[in-house]
Design a protein around this ligand. Sequence first.
Ligand code: GLU
Length: 469
Amino acid sequence: MTVRVRFAPSPTGMFHVGGARSALQNWIFAKQQGGVFVLRVEDTDAARNKPEWTEGILSALDWIGIARDTYEGPYFQSAYAGEHRAAAGRLYDAGRAYYCDCTREAVQARTGSQYQGYDGFCRDRGLPPGEGRALRFRTPDEGATVVVDLIRGEPTFENKLIEDFVIARGDGSPVFLLANVVDDMTMGITHVIRAEEHLPNTPKQQLLWDALGVKPPVWAHVPVVVNEKRQKLSKRRDKVALEAYRDEGYLAAAMRNYLMLLGWAPSGDREIVPWSVIEEEFRLTEVNPSPAFFDEKKLRAFNGEYIRALPVDEFVAACQPWLTGTGTIAPPPWLPEEFDADAFAAVAPLAQTRIAVLSEIVPNVDFLFLAEPSIDEAAWAKAMKEGAADLLDAAVAGYTALESWDAESLKSTLEAVGAERGLKLGKAQAPVRVAVTGRTVGLPLFESLEVLGRERTLTRLRAARLRLV
Ligand code: GLU
């Protein structure tokens, strides 16, 4: 039997990191088993679906390493409406489902609670189909439904506690529970690997598989992803969109490595490992069922390590979208034609060791490309204390007279200027740095001045000096 798994996102918003995690786990499992990964877009919620979300899912999957030529599909759930309706009809014809005209209010009035499930009022009324009548599945009164789950063992659900749930609405349209099962059947899915949030649906869905006469798949419910307060990651509160991480400058390799650590770890005391090791060692059965903490700080640190491990030319290439405004990422604060590739290449190795996400390249190097530095006023106030004007005068004099414009000479000149005033180099650097780069922190100063060049450095020092008059 060929293993067939699927990833079945609903295109109702940005692509959630938890979804990306499930997609990767499915994809690796299929690869390990010599099986097939199917992509099915569950686009039946017409009110919330948008074609751009579907496009976003495809490109985010591609970015994370699930290339379009490595899977079957995408299939679109909406194309299978006929199959869904036919299955509902078969269940009705076989007496496994019945029509119901109860309103929610009527059920509540009878049960005395809005939380209690359906009370089975229409079970034996023999209502024929009709406008506004929902179709309910007749759940067994006895026995139990045992879900075989590679991560959670055999969660067992007593059938008498499962209400007669709706499988088609009053307008005849099948609901998610049924459509999802019918599609999995149609597509020959053998293993359903999906988020824990769906576990409450699983006994109902397994009853549908049984009732439709097909052997249910093996399940694996991967852990819910939570924030530092142990709350489920939510798009209203947390940064959950894979696209947001991509646009901030997380590397796909770091991201997918980190996502795979949500509830699992490779052998040894390792976390950062080549992707080939993950592909080889990952075992669904080893995934921890407890909630997985999505630790953004750790992800940042991870990303910094991945950035530092890049060959410099790859780092330079990876920074381009933020530097030249290519792609969908926010444009830099200078015009693309003001970007100077040689100047950037000269400082790139210095920046590479200092940034954790690629977008941070901009505040580190903008001073090289802006006609005037963008001055951070708080930094200015901090650096331009008493004595700053005198120090800038001396720096201008020293740098004007400098024979060789190199980092070493720039440093020793400022060291001497500082020493004459009883200042350590760190203190003497502060006004110069703010005058030239606009900030108190950044790349090593003297290498920066070397790349910026004599003329621009002196212009900026003089301009700052004038502001202090
Ligand atoms: N479309 C469902 C969702 O996005 C997935 C259901 C499933 O994986 O079975 O939550």
